[in-house]
Design a binder for this molecule. Structure first.
Ligand SMILES: NCc1[nH]cc(CCC(=O)O)c1CC(=O)O
Length: 323
C-alpha cells in the first residue's frame, strides 16, 4: 500500500476543517490545499475566520507582524479548526508553541511583478513615475535601482493596490506574482521582475500548512499529501537568513534559494541549494544601498546556508537597519 492511500485510509470518514480568512487571496490559497486533500480522498470543510488585520487599514508596521495569522492560529489551538493555511512569508520567524508546521506546499513562482499603466516595464517608466508598494524590501530595492522613481508607500489588499493604477493615482504597483497568479490576475502583469534586481521576500510564493502539535494524524496526512521537499529546503534557508537577521516580514530583507542540479567532482549530477540574500543599508531617503551575499551548499545544510549568508550581510553592515 502506498503512503498516500495508507494515510487517507486512517482519515476515512473524518472531515478536516480548514480555517481561512475571507480575502480572495486567502480563499484561493486555502482552496489549493483543500483540493489536494480532497484528491487524496479526504472530506474537507472551510471555516471562515476574521482577523484584526482584515478589519484595519493601518500600516502593517503599526499593527504588527502576525496580524493576519494569529487569529487563524488561535482557532487552531482552540480546536475550532484542524488546519491553518498561511502565506509562509507572512509568518513570524519564531515558532508558535503548540503548533506544528506540517507541510510546505510546492512553491508558486516567487518573483515580484510590476503592474504599470499602458503596459510599461520598470525601465520604460519615466523618472518621477509614482510606483506604489507597502514593503520596505521592495521600496529599498526600487530606490537602489537608481531609475529616479518616486516610490510611494501603500497598503491594502491586492484589489486596493491594483485600483491605484486603474484610477491613475499611481503609475505602477509592485506585488508578489504568486498572489496575482492565485487570484487569476496574471493578465495585469506588465513585467515579471528579475529576481536579481528585486530579490523576493523569504518564502514568498510558498504556503505554510499548520496543525496542532499533538494532532499527529493530521500532521502525517498533510506531510504526506501536501509537503514539497524542494520548496521546504529552499524556504528553510530563506527563513533562517531572516531569523538570523532578527528581521520580521516587513524588514528590508530579501532571500531566494533554489534547488539546482550541479556536477560533483566525479562528473555526476547532484542537487545543490543555491541562494542569494539582500539587506538594505537604509530605507529613508533616496540613497539606498543593497548589501548582497550569495553561496551554494548541500541541500542538507539549508539552515546553515541561510545563517551563513545572514552573517555575511551583518559583516557588511546590515545589522543596524534590520532590527
Ligand atoms: N504581504 C501580503 C501578502 N502575503 C502574501 C502575498 C502574496 C502571496 C505570496 O507572496 O506568497 C501578499 C501580497 C503581496 O505581497 O503582493
Amino acid at each position: 500500500m502506498n503512503k498516500v492511500t495508507d494515510t487517507a485510509d486512517r482519515n476515512v470518514g473524518r472531515t478536516i476543517r480548514i480555517g481561512t480568512r475571507g480575502s480572495r487571496l486567502a480563499m484561493a490559497q486555502t482552496g489549493t490545499i483543500a483540493a489536494m486533500l480532497q484528491s487524496a480522498g479526504c472530506r474537507v470543510e472551510l471555516v471562515p475566520i476574521s482577523t484584526p488585520g482584515d478589519r484595519s487599514s493601518a500600516p502593517i508596521a503599526e499593527i504588527g507582524v502576525g496580524v493576519f495569522t494569529s487569529a487563524v492560529r488561535e482557532a487552531l489551538l482552540e480546536g475550532q479548526v484542524d488546519v491553518a493555511v498561511h502565506s509562509y512569508k507572512d509568518l513570524p520567524t519564531a515558532p508558535e508553541p503548540g503548533i506544528a508546521l506540517a507541510a510546505v506546499s510546492k512553491r508558486e513562482d516567487p518573483r515580484d511583478a510590476l503592474v504599470a499603466r499602458d503596459g510599461l516595464t520598470l525601465g520604460e517608466l519615466p523618472p518621477g513615475s509614482r510606483v506604489g508598494t507597502g514593503s520596505p524590501r521592495r521600496m529599498a530595492q526600487l530606490r537602489a535601482l537608481g531609475l529616479g522613481l518616486d516610490v510611494v508607500p501603500i497598503r491594502g489588499n491586492i484589489d486596493t493596490r491594483l485600483s491605484k493604477v486603474t484610477s491613475g493615482e499611481l503609475d505602477a504597483v509592485v506585488l508578489a506574482r504568486a498572489g496575482l497568479a492565485r487570484t487569476d490576475r496574471l493578465g495585469l502583469v506588465t513585467e515579471v521582475l528579475d529576481p536579481i534586481q528585486m530579490v523576493p521576500a523569504p518564502a514568498q510564493g510558498a504556503l505554510a500548512v499548520e496543525t496542532r502539535a499533538d494532532d499527529v494524524d493530521t500532521e502525517h496526512l498533510l506531510h504526506t499529501v501536501v509537503d514539497d521537499a524542494a520548496t521546504r529546503v529552499a524556504v528553510t534557508a530563506e527563513r533562517a537568513l531572516l531569523a538570523a537577521l532578527e528581521a520580521g516580514c516587513s524588514a528590508p530583507v530579501g532571500a531566494l534559494a533554489e534547488v539546482v542540479e550541479d556536477l560533483n567532482g566525479e562528473g555526476a549530477v547532484v542537487e545543490r541549494l543555491s541562494m542569494v540574500g539582500v539587506a538594505a543599508t537604509a530605507v529613508e531617503g533616496d540613497a539606498v544601498q543593497m548589501l548582497r551575499a550569495s553561496a551554494t551548499a548541500d541541500t542538507s545544510e539549508a539552515d546553515k546556508l541561510g545563517r551563513m549568508l545572514a552573517a555575511e550581510l551583518l559583516d557588511l553592515g546590515a545589522g543596524a537597519v534590520s532590527r
